[in-house]
Every structure is written in C-alpha cells, then in structure tokens.
Ligand binder design. Structure first.
Ligand code: GTP
Ligand code: SPV
Ligand code: MN
Length: 586
C-alpha cells in the first residue's frame, strides 16, 4: 500500500477540525495578493482594521485588540508532555489527555457562522534545510494577515509540506476573547498547538513563539540543533569583513533595536555597518566546519512600537512607512499612528482604546503595542537572511534588564561558563506579557516563557555542543539598563551599543584586552572606544565595575535557582556555579 501523503494527513486534520468547530466556510490560503486584498477589504468593512492616513502611511492599518487581550499570557500557557517532569518547573503542565479534552471542549462549535482559514507556512527560507513547516487553522482574518507578513505563507509552503511529509499543526480560535476561557497549549510529542480565546501576538500567530520556540526547541533537542529567542545581526567592519552575532534578551529588552542598529557618526564614517538578519528568533546548528550556522525563521517583524523614533531606531521607522499593520497604537487628528517616544512633533488625539487621549487616564499607545511589517522593508535587511545555509555565528550575547549590579558587558571564559551565564540570566518583567512590570526574575537565555521542555535538560543540551572539533562562538553578557541613583539609565544605549559589539568582535579576533574577575572578563574603560560618549564618574564606576558583595549574593541566588531543578540539573553547571562562588570568596 502506498504511504499516506502529508496532504492526506492535512486534509484529514482539516476535516476533523471542521467537524469539531463547525465553520460556515473553509478557505485555504495561498498567500496571493488578491487573497490578501480581499481579506483586508473585509476587515476594513467590519472595523477590524482602520485605514491610516493614506498620504503619510500608505496601505497601513490600525487594529485595536480587545482591552483584555493585549499581551502574551504566561499563566495560561501550557506544555503537555506525558510526564510532568519533562515539561519541568519552568512550564505549566497538563497531561496530553486533559489538555486535549479541555481545549476540544472550548473548540466545540466555536467557528459557527465564521470562516475557517487554513494557512500553510514555512519558518525559514523556503529552500533551507534548517527551515520547518507548519499549518495554522484560525478563524481570525487578522491572524492570516499577520502570518502572511511574518512567515513564508501559501503555495510554496504547501509544496514543501507535501515533499517533506511533516508539519506542525496549530489550531487557533479567538473564541469569546474571555480571559477565563483562554489557553495556549502545546503538545510537543504530537507537534501540535491549540490556542483559544486570544487574538494577540504570540498567543495567536502560532508560527512565532508557539511553533518556532516551544515546539521547535523540543525538536531541536532531539535533532541536535538550537531554537532560541535571539536576534541575529551582521557586523561589518571597515575592512569589509562581517561577523555574525546572535543575542538573547527577554521580551521588550532590546532585540529589535540592536538588530537594526545604526552605528554612531564616527563609526559610520569609518565604514562600520550593521546588517539585520532577524530580530526575535534564531535557529542554529553545527555546520561541517564545526561552527554554528543560524537562520531567522521569520519573514517579518512584530516589533514594540513605544520608544521607536528617528533617533532610537531609524531603520525600524523607515521600515514602517507603508504596508504595515499597527496594533494598539494611538492616533493623531489626521490618522497617523502615534506612540510614546515617537518624538516626531505630532500629538495624539485618540488612545489605543479609541477614546479621546487623556494622559491622566492612560498612555496613547499600549506599552505592548506593536507594528507588523515585512523584513524586506528594512533598509538594513541582509541579503544573507535568505541564505539557505544560514550565517556562521562568531558571538552569542545574553542580556537582561538589570537596574543594579550587572556591568555593561563581560565575557565568559569558555562554553560551560557561557551556558551558566545564560542559565543565570535575570531580568525585570515587561509589558510583553500580562502581569506586574519591573519585577526581577530568572529568565534563562530569555527562554523562560518559551522553552518547550525542562530547563535542566535544555541546559544539558546547550552543554552538549562543546564537542571535539566544535568551533563555538564566544559568549558575552550585556546590560544596557543599569540605572543611577537618580533612576535614569547610565548608558546611552541604542546606536552606542555598537561600541560594545566592537569590543566583542575584537575579543573574538584576539585584538582587545580585558580585566579578569571571578564573573568573567570585563573591559577596562580604556578597552572600549568611548569617544564622544558623555559618562559621569558614577556611570563609569557602575558600568565597568565589579561589585564583589553584590555578586556574592547574586551567586547564592543563582545556586538556589539551579537547585530548584533537582537532580536533573547538569553537574557541570552546578560545579561551574561553585567555581565562581569560590572565586568570589577568595
Ligand atoms: P520583543 O519583541 O518583545 O521580543 O522585544 P525586543 O527584545 O525586540 O525589544 P525592543 O528592541 O523592541 O525594545 C523594547 C524597549 O526597550 C523599547 O521601548 C526600546 O526603546 C527599549 N530599548 C531598546 N534598546 C535599548 C537600549 O539600548 N537602551 C535603552 N535604555 N532602552 C532600549
Ligand atoms: C515577545 O513577547 O517576546 C514578542 C512578542 O516578541 S510575542 O509575539 O507576543 O511573543
Ligand atoms: Mn520576542
């Protein structure tokens, strides 16, 4: 008997979902312009999308999500593995049987009177061996329009699915948008995602965090690669050589901004340039030469709007001049998008909920308001982003939002130390997820909300790349968010972060100095090019200083954190922590 094709399996799944959800119509999405035009027209007619000023923002729209549905919901996100320990203390867990029962109860009849869209998509360049395909079924045309920008969606993806014979299944319904009937569930063993009750971002665009991180991290572990919450950039020096850097910062901690960085004036003159490969997700695997090769599985940016300005991120601003979907931003009187920090001389008149702007009531733009735009519209988008083999990574950077203790930058002494630096990452929470903002928590490798399995196994997987013949990247840690006594950031950040990247690349090439401390190698002030940067004495002391007592307490807390994972935590990581504790005590 002939093997059943992937398309048979897809058709069967679509039929079974239709039987459960009972839509009025089923539409297979081919990704064409005409399909998109029709969807946009429909959403414009029913108010899902509001057209923006066609003179200033051609082919651009504003979407206002439900006010209770504005961010990822970590407390409602589950990983359903047969054994609870395989999901780990880092995930909410339910058994697969209970998870399916709960979700299928919610999905029962939920698409009555609505159209069900079937979206075949590819994460990564369509011809790359590192790419992976999925199909999202959704009843949200807004999701379709966003997936069209964020992924390679449509006929080519379907053809690859047919050829490859496998795909990730994602079922999504906006349901009633009731936070009490909202769950995002993952079934890694079944390569399946079920999401109900939210239409927002990572909850609903299932190719992004659900597939490309939670499911993909599980696949990556089995297949010997890494699926990470990282930007990828190319740093070109005046000699025309390009080094690629991958950096993991938690949500709303600066990935999009670093990925699109424009060097300070003097550097530009000398010929430095940053190329953008990706701003949120990185899939990487060892190549034949022992180096790690990375692709960006996404095709667009779902970027944080607030704080984006001509000064902070000109490349992002240039990207979103046309053909952009804005979600939950404010409006000016003549229908231009507006957000806090846009700094363009305009004033908002309408807030993100569609009410007259009143700063006493709420900000004009929601702090997690976003733009969705094709990566091709970014002036710094690298041609290498479409390369099937990916780019070789020279440095991996971890970083958090830390008001105190953590210096501007330090380097791990080797891979094992670097894995500990990633595992020990701490950061203050942001508006990218619901819940309190500004609370310090451990967010290992910026993957706390996104790792699809037990963190102890994840750290062991990271350690396993350190093999004979491997040419691994150097690992660094940065903190752009150190504050002074006045509560203001001590480091100018944004374009000036290039100064730190330059030091890293020189370290990789063996051309820069550093000072040895128990937590790693720190640059002396003189090791970094600070020409034209105005730093107070307080700033210099804190950005380049090593606070022994502070680190002693930090490493005690890191030890407690590793212990939370019990005997599954790799011994190598625990002894690395001990090595540093001893070093600090000396
Ligand atoms: P996600 O899309 O949620 O994963 O976020 P992200 O990591 O891409 O963060 P993004 O670059 O969008 O930055 C989030 C916020 O941090 C924005 O308001 C930025 O303006 C601000 N930010 C980014 N880089 C810097 C920096 O170097 N210094 C300071 N002070 N703020 C920064
Ligand atoms: C993040 O929260 O890290 C994001 C936005 O990039 S979301 O797509 O909602 O996950
Ligand atoms: Mn992100």
């Amino acid at each position: 008997m002939a093997a059943r094709s992937a398309l048979d399996a897809l058709n069967d799944w679509v039929a079974s979902v239709a039987l459960l959800t009972r839509p009025a119509a089923i539409q297979w999405c081919d990704g064409s312009d005409s399909e998109n035009d029709a969807l946009i027209a429909k959403m414009q007619a029913d108010g899902t999308l509001l057209p923006l000023n066609p003179d200033t923002n051609p082919r651009s729209w504003l979407h206002r999500s439900h006010p209770d549905d504005v961010a990822r919901v970590e407390h409602l996100t589950f990983v359903c593995t047969p054994e609870q320990d395989d999901a780990g203390p880092n995930n909410h867990w339910m058994s697969p049987a209970d998870g399916h029962a709960q979700m299928d109860g919610l999905f029962d009849g939920c698409m009555a009177g609505r159209t069900m869209y079937v979206i075949p998509y590819c994460m990564g360049p369509i011809d790359s061996p590192l790419s992976r395909c999925g199909v999202e079924i959704t009843d949200s045309p807004y999701v379709v329009a966003n997936m069209r920008i964020m992924t390679r969606m449509g006929a080519a993806a379907l053809a690859r699915i047919e050829r490859e014979g496998t795909f990730v299944k994602g079922l999504h319904s906006t349901g009633e948008l009731d936070p009490n009937r909202r769950y995002i569930m993952h079934f890694p063993e079944e390569l399946t995602i079920k999401s109900y009750g939210s239409g927002y971002g990572g909850n609903a665009l299932l190719g992004k965090k659900c597939h490309a991180l939670r499911i993909a991290s599980h696949q990556a572990r089995k297949e010997g690669w890494l699926a990470e919450h990282m930007l990828i950039l190319g740093l070109e020096n005046p000699q025309g050589e390009t080094h690629y850097i991958a950096a993991a910062f938690p949500s709303a901690c600066g990935k999009t901004n670093l990925a699109m960085l424009i060097p300070p004036e003097g550097y530009r003159r000398d010929g430095w340039k940053v190329w953008t490969i990706g701003d949120d997700i990185c899939w990487m695997r060892p190549g034949a030469d022992g180096r790690l090769y990375a692709i960006n599985p996404e095709a667009g940016f779902f970027g944080v709007a607030p704080g984006t300005s001509e000064k902070s991120n000109p490349n992002a601003l240039a990207s979103i001049q046309s053909d952009t979907i804005f979600t939950n931003v404010g409006l000016t009187a003549d229908n231009q998008p507006w957000w806090e920090g846009i700094d363009n001389g305009q004033q908002p008149t309408t807030d993100w909920r569609g009410e007259p702007y009143d700063p006493a009531k709420r900000p004009a733009a929601h702090p997690n308001s976003r733009f969705t735009v094709s990566a091709k519209q970014c002036p710094s988008y690298s041609p290498m982003a479409e390369d099937a083999q990916g780019v070789p990574i020279s440095a991996i950077v971890f970083g958090g939002r830390r008001a105190s203790l953590v210096p501007l930058v330090f380097e791990a002494r080797d891979w094992t130390h670097g894995v500990l630096v990633g595992a020990a990452m701490g950061s203050e929470t942001t508006a990218a997820a619901t819940g309190a903002v500004g609370v310090m928590r451990r967010d290992p490798m910026a993957m706390k909300p996104f790792c699809g399995y037990n963190f102890a196994d994840y750290f062991a997987h990271w350690l396993s790349f350190d093999t004979e013949g491997a040419k691994l990247p150097k690992i660094f840690h940065v903190n752009w968010f150190r504050k002074g006594d006045d509560g203001k950031f001590l480091w100018p950040g944004f374009g000036d972060n290039l100064r730190v990247l330059e030091w890293m690349i020189k370290r990789v090439e063996g051309r820069a100095d550093a000072v040895e401390t128990p937590i790693g190698q720190l640059p002396a002030e003189s090791d970094l090019n600070l020409d034209g940067v105005d730093l107070s004495d307080e700033a210099r002391a804190r950005l380049f200083g090593y606070d022994r007592a502070g680190w002693q307490a930090e490493f005690a807390s890191i030890g407690d954190y590793l212990d939370e994972y019990g005997p599954r935590m790799p011994e190598a990581l625990k002894s690395e922590q001990q090595r540093i504790v001893t070093g600090i005590a000396k």
